[in-house]
Design a protein around this ligand. Sequence first.
Ligand SMILES: Cc1ncc(C[n+]2csc(CCOP(=O)(O)OP(=O)(O)O)c2C)c(N)n1
Length: 650
Amino acid sequence: MVSDAAPQQRRLRAQSFPVDLSKFKNLKLDYRRPQLSEQEKSDLLDNINIFRDAIVAFSATGNARGVSGHTGGPFDTAPEVCILLAFINANPEKFIDTFFDEAGHRVATQYLLSTLDGHIDPEHLLNYREANSKLPGHPELGLTPGVKFSSGRLGHMWAMINGVALANKDKNVIMLGSDGSQQEGDDAEAARLAVAQNLNVKLFIDDNDVTISGHPSDYMKGYSVTKTLEGHGLKVVRAEGENIDSLFKAVCEVVAYNGPAAVVASRKIAPEIEGIEGESHAHDVIPVAVAKKYLTKRGYTEDQLKFYDDIKPKSFSYDYKGVTSDKGANRVIFGEAVNMVLDKLSKEEAARRVMVIDSDLEGSTGLKGIHSAHPEVFVPSGVMERGNFSAAAGFGFGGNGERQGVFSTFSAFLEMCLSEMTMARLNHCNVLCHFSHSGVDEMADNTCHFGLNHFFADNGLEDTAPTSLYFPADGEQMKAIVNTVFWDQGIRIVFSTRSKVPYILKQGTQDKLYGADYKFVPGKEEVVRTGTAGYVVSFGDMLYRSLDAVERLREQGVDVGLINKPTLNVVDEETLKVYGSSPFVLVVESISQKNGLGSRLGTQLIQRGFTPKYKHIGTFHEGCGGITDQIPYQKLHPADIESEIRKLMA
Ligand SMILES: Cc1ncc(C[n+]2csc(CCOP(=O)(O)OP(=O)(O)O)c2C)c(N)n1
């Protein structure tokens, strides 16, 4: 399918996709006839089984190659998709033939639909989430042949398809929904418009009671998708998702209805997949062993499933200079650092003064560690970033820093909370935020999950309370920053990456630069290496990569210096003079090249009368999928940094 395929893709293409998709029948069913004949039912069930086998077979390759993925969600919605496909086949003029999905992680559905439409070779599906395969973790319009929309940030789809429905009043607009995505506030706004305008949006919601951190029925008492949608005025039909008669009848009723309507299909996630059914980890990629067991039970032979043995995680080894060989996960260390602050308080004092709220990502953003060590401060919550941020801000309202709200999610979703940040600032709220998964490193979830726009958060005026943006370079610096700024006032934001980072060493030693004798000073830029030829200014995960480039050049006699800027949005006049008066400044960052530090520092230098040769590099184009490939794809590998330095010196 893809002409610039990597060698591994070509090899896999020669293998055979185990599921015979030619057996998938082009069924035609009329939604005005809610009763299935025995033959229709049997054909439909065959299609559902083929669809589900295929989802299991190819999504498990994400597990085999170590790039993760999602199986449970797309597996669940196969019956709804197969029924709706048959409706579209019978009455194409009545539908927009796109299965808009507000839960973009269920992208396997879109790749399979595109394959059934003839846009993708079945064998190519076995490259799911592989770098450059054009099968990234979320659907991207214009990237993958046959994929008809972009999705991946929960709760962003319904509002858009309202517009599609307004532009196509004579057609049904389909959206696959989920009990996770429906928690987002935007869905409530979309519901009101859909009802007020009587739009023909048809929602098919997989109410499997599973999201990433567990079961909504446990962590969000009182939440009901059905009652919520009914309360907005939609027609809602509940169905047993795994009972084809019940589901078929409900889908017919909702499609035949004139106006906004939803099927809420209840089922355990990954039904009948032994080992993961009903479990919250079924949300993630299915382990190869579980997939093999399932497919074997479904009649596939050992020989047909041999292809998994050929898929190996990509290894990437590189000997970085100036750092330890061991690495720390800063996104986990954030939680440990908060625990170190909380350990100093009694449980009562901690509960009175600190509130840590989750947004269904506690395992990914380090809050899980706080949840287990200090349950007295922890509030589990749903996929509701804006509301949860404001709750954290409100906890710290009026407390002079004596009370702190702590909030976390992925850096990508910082963009969702900007207006709430403005109001939190105007209310003098005290809130410590942790935005993990910054930049692009190891982000197979790809472009919609990149954390690029950190500076957007600093959106107050010069005379309002400052918003501090901190991006520690390693685990020791993370601890020092959290310890120093925890009880400060205002909005403080700490960033980390999905990937682990090594520890920065003092020049020519094996001692950690940010070890026991280090004291973090907010706003201070740190000279990691002094140099006369010019300076690299960097921070976060790009500091160790920049250090490697700098060390290699220094070994060759090029005296390049390196600055760490752990507070992104404060000018340190003293240090700026040091690099400003050197021959060149190169800013290296993994956030957006368009909006990052580099887009500001040049002006700050000129305003102070410094005119070194200047360049900045950062993330500049949409992702390539995969794990270790993202950084070199953005031309941010140490070799790229070295080459940029050489160009500035030429
Ligand atoms: C705006 C936003 N917040 C958080 C996430 C991270 N996230 C991805 S899937 C998910 C939970 C999904 O639950 P659900 O949609 O019900 O899917 P299922 O577990 O059934 O596959 C979360 C929190 C996201 N993709 N977008």
